[in-house]
Design a protein around this ligand. Sequence first.
Ligand SMILES: C[S@@+](CC[C@H](N)C(=O)[O-])C[C@H]1O[C@@H](n2cnc3c(N)ncnc32)[C@H](O)[C@@H]1O
Length: 215
Amino acid sequence: MGRRSLPKLDAAIDFSNHITEVDDLQAPFCPQSLFAQSADLEIEIGSGKGLFVLNESGKIPERNFIGNEIAHKYCRFAAYRLAKAERTNAHMLRGDGLKFFRELLPDHCAVAVHVYFPDPWWKERHRRRRVMQPGFIQDLERVLVPGGIFHFWTDVEQYFEETCELMKEHSDLEGPFAVKPSPAEHDMDYRTHFERRMRKNDHDVFRAQFKKLIA
Ligand SMILES: C[S@@+](CC[C@H](N)C(=O)[O-])C[C@H]1O[C@@H](n2cnc3c(N)ncnc32)[C@H](O)[C@@H]1O
C-alpha cells in the first residue's frame, strides 16, 4: 500500500464487533458465525483500507462480506469504516489470508472470492509472499460453491498473465472472462482504493473473472 497516513479514528466509534484476529479463530470454523444472519458469503483477501467491503456490503445488504487484511492499521481502519456505516453484514479479519483459506475456511462456503491489486513481490526471494500461488488457488476453488466466481484485478500485466497461467494449471475454474470497468459516478465509486488511484492516473488495469463449474 502507499504509505499515506490514515484519517484519525473517532474514539466514540466502537469497531470491536467488526474485527477479529485470524489467529484467534479455530477449526472447524463456520464463517457465518461472524454475522447476525446467515447469507450468501463473499470474501476479499488483501482489503487494504476496505473500500470494496464497505461499498459492496451497502449495495448488497442481503449478502455477508468478509474482508481480510494482514496490516493492522489498514484492517482497523476498514473495520472502523464498517462500524461507522453500521454494517451488520460485513466483518474484517486481521491476519494472513493464505492461512485463513488454508486452515479455516470450509469447502463450498463462498459465492465469490475477490483479490484486488495484490502486492507483486518482484524479488525472487519474496515470491512466496504472493497471494496468487498454487496452494491458494486450490484453496479458493475448494472454498467456492459450484457456480461461484473468483475476481482478480491488478495493474501489473505480468502478474495478471502469470495468474491466468497458474489458474489454468492449478484449477478447473473457467476463464479468464474479461471484465469492463464501469464509469465512476462519484469520487469513491471505484472497486478499491488502488483502482481509484490507477484510473485517476490513467494507468492500465487488468481485470478477470473465473467461474467454478456447476458439476
Ligand atoms: C497493494 S494493496 C491493495 C489493497 C486493496 N485491495 C486495493 O485494491 O486498494 C495489497 C494489500 O494486501 C495486503 N496483503 C498482502 N499479503 C496479505 C496476506 N497474506 N493476507 C492478507 N492481506 C495481505 C497488504 O497488506 C495490502 O494492504
